[in-house]
Design a binder for this molecule. Structure first.
Ligand SMILES: Cc1cc2nc3c(=O)[nH]c(=O)nc-3n(C[C@H](O)[C@H](O)[C@H](O)COP(=O)(O)OP(=O)(O)OC[C@H]3O[C@@H](n4cnc5c(N)ncnc54)[C@H](O)[C@@H]3O)c2cc1C
Length: 396
């Protein structure tokens, strides 16, 4: 049985490759009334992420799990993948925003975990085992979500900088200011070129190799303008723009959020989603560049991601002249080089998309043999016959 939500997952977690039964949750999409005092809402697993955002906005609240696929992804899928996104730097992952779960086990038993309790120190918190377990331990049918107030006045800025070193310098700089950082996202000129081609939009800045989108929460205009001028005058950025209206802010966000879709619309990407400790980003990227220029000089690499969380999306585009099979034959080798570097820098082979089927072979690059054995043992406790999402994350 393969649990399935919005099917936006990028690791093949909801794929039934061995003729399993697909259990779609999308018709279980009821959203209950909001508890404004407790700031919670109970929703069924098939509720679409964006529909939850719209539902809770009626009470002036937000569920801050937010990313480009929110129009199709479901709360059940968000929980099963412990989804991250563009606001992790400020609000954390889905895990931080789920109070209670209702889960159906492979045996048919129904577990009600934690309800709407903020505090519950009564032993091992089983709820957390299901969050991020990619449907291999149980089927999430309902969740009690924790809500918060929206940031009153987000300010969105886009900067161009020189190289990844410039991106990280800007990160260090903004973190030392008294601003509340709502998002710190980056992309390269190659990503932007594809968004411009696909979405027919213009580059709002003077061309550069790297771009950074910064969102500040509740920042007064005067210190932001002073900071903006300081960056331009000090040469830390080569150009910049600050959205003056919500339409302009949305247009800047489109440049970042349109990347995934634009890469697929304008070519064939081989995707990876890795994470590094922030302090390792610079040496890692320098070594990665050497690997790519020495071994794969004919591949176009499109880098973007939630750089403030140490999360890089590494997309390798298929050259037009190369046939698809030949390309994917090469990418396995390329992944090995990439993941060896990730391991050497104590990173993760999957920052937010999960392991599913596609990253199964690389799990041991991030998790120890003992950890993987314990995960298998846990699977056997919850699902002794191995009928739930078989073959995902690991083989039994
Ligand atoms: C353009 C784009 C941008 C994206 N950006 C991000 C991002 O910034 N951050 C991020 O984290 N992800 C991102 N993703 C990946 C994806 O959207 C998330 O992983 C999302 O949480 C998956 O939700 P879904 O409902 O589509 O799940 P599905 O794809 O249907 O399933 C994903 C996994 O969850 C399991 N599952 C689904 N529903 C249940 C359930 N009810 N009970 C138990 N298991 C279940 C499935 O078996 C599968 O293993 C992006 C994807 C796209 C296409």
């Amino acid at each position: 049985v393969v649990p399935s939500g919005g099917r936006t997952g990028l690791a093949g977690g909801a794929v039934a490759k061995d003729h399993e039964v697909v259990l779609s949750l999308v018709r279980m999409r009821r959203m209950h009334a909001i508890d404004v005092l407790g700031r919670t809402v109970v929703v069924e697993a098939g509720a679409v992420t964006q529909a939850v955002h719209e539902h809770v906005a009626e009470a002036g609240l937000v569920w801050p799990v937010d990313f480009a696929s929110k129009g199709s992804s479901t709360v059940g899928g968000n929980i099963a993948t412990n989804a991250g996104g563009v606001r992790v730097i400020r609000y954390g992952h889905t895990r931080q925003w789920v109070l209670g779960l209702v889960v159906v086990l492979a045996t048919g038993e129904v577990l009600r975990l934690n309800g709407a309790l903020e505090k519950n120190n009564t032993g091992i918190d089983l709820r957390q085992a299901f969050i991020g377990s990619e449907g291999v331990l149980g089927v999430v049918t309902e969740a009690t979500l924790r809500l918060t107030r929206p940031a009153p006045k987000p300010t969105v800025l886009l900067f161009s900088v020189d190289g990844l070193a410039g991106v990280l310098q800007l990160f260090r700089n903004v973190r030392d200011k008294d601003f509340t950082l709502g998002a710190f996202e980056f992309f390269t000129d190659r990503c932007l070129a594809r968004v411009m081609r696909h979405r027919r939009v213009a580059d709002p800045l003077r061309g550069a190799s790297h771009y950074v989108l910064v969102e500040l929460e509740s920042a007064a205009e005067e210190p932001v303008v002073a900071w903006f001028e300081e960056l331009l005058e000090g040469g830390l950025v080569t150009d910049g723009t600050m959205a003056q209206t919500s339409d302009q802010a949305r247009a800047l966000w489109t440049l970042r959020e349109g990347i995934s879709e634009s890469l697929s619309a304008t070519g064939l990407p081989h995707k990876n989603d890795i994470a590094l400790p922030i302090a390792e980003l610079e040496p890692f990227c320098a070594e990665l560049e050497t690997v790519f220029t020495e071994r794969y000089p004919h591949f176009e690499i499109c880098l973007f991601g939630h750089i403030g969380d140490g999360n890089l999306h590494v997309n390798v585009m298929k050259p037009d002249a190369l046939d698809k099979d030949a390309f994917f034959a090469t990418t396995h080798d390329l992944d090995r080089h990439l993941f060896e570097l990730v391991r050497a820098h104590d990173g993760s082979v999957s920052a937010e998309h999960g392991i599913g089927l596609l990253k199964k072979g690389w799990l041991e690059y991030t998790r120890s043999a003992t950890e993987i054995e314990l995960m298998r043992a846990l699977k056997k406790v919850f699902d002794p016959n191995g009928i739930l999402n078989p073959g995902k994350i690991f083989d039994l």
